[in-house]
Write a protein that binds this ligand. Structure first.
Ligand SMILES: [Zn+2]
Length: 239
């Protein structure tokens, strides 16, 4: 019996990658009880909510996110996902534990068949599946999957799946998304994030060395100043 939680600092991780985040209060302790099953996510599952979403109606998006997090349906108790994504590309954080979004999952990509609610982090994109995808929503969807794969599941893009790929009951979400093209975009974003991280790491090492040599130079300067006060003006740094 394994019951994990999404990391407490998930909103900070997402914001660090340029994603706008709204936290639904209580998300850190929200989830289906362990008595209902495990939560040990190895992949990310993409859904659409099935309801038309208007662009830029934050109050409506927030109300919908609250419903997904806290209310759910009579036949399917909340939380109904871990994350929700508005048409404008805002990510709502709903829950950290097991959520009712996947049902039984058939084997897909590199994820084995099993209890989908244990195997996947669930994202509900606010979209009826027919209205198409605003660029912000589509790009943020791929970015979100990239960050979750790199920072939370630590698995390859082949663990990012659409509900229509895992469903055993004929679900068709997310509608109007070609999951192979979506994974290609997600992989591109994963590679960008990796490249930025390694650039930042190289820069940090270089700056560390630079800081050390500047400190050494000033240390020598300080010594010289103490012994040769007449040189002080000429030794002043120029920038
Ligand atoms: Zn679904």
């Amino acid at each position: 019996m394994t019951y994990r939680r999404l990391p407490d600092n998930l909103p900070a991780i997402l914001r660090n990658h340029g994603i706008e985040v709204i936290e639904i209060p209580g998300w850190r302790t929200r989830g289906r009880p362990a008595s209902t099953g495990e939560f040990k996510p190895v992949g990310v599952l993409c859904h659409h909510t099935g309801s038309y979403d208007r662009l830029g109606d934050t109050a409506d998006d927030t109300a919908y996110a609250e419903w997904l997090a806290k209310e759910g349906r009579a036949d399917l108790p909340a939380p109904l996902a871990h994350l929700a994504l508005s048409r404008g590309g805002v990510v709502f954080v709903l829950a950290s534990g097991r959520a009712n979004h996947a049902g039984r999952a058939k084997s897909s990509g590199t994820v084995a068949a099993g209890d989908g609610n244990a195997l996947y982090i669930g994202i509900e994109a606010m979209n009826d599946g027919k209205q198409g995808w605003d660029t912000r929503q589509y790009q943020t969807y791929a970015k979100l999957c990239a960050v979750l794969s790199l920072k939370v599941t630590h698995n390859s893009v082949r663990t990012v799946r659409g509900h229509k790929e895992t469903s055993t009951t004929g679900k068709w979400d997310p509608g109007r998304i070609d999951m192979n093209a979506f994974r290609e975009l997600t992989l591109k974003k994963m590679n960008q994030i990796r490249a930025e991280a390694s650039f930042a790491e190289r820069a940090r090492i270089r700056m560390g060395g630079l800081t050390r040599s500047v400190r050494d130079a000033f240390g020598r300067l300080g010594t010289r100043r103490a012994t040769s006060p007449g040189e002080e003006l000429e030794s002043e740094p120029t920038s």
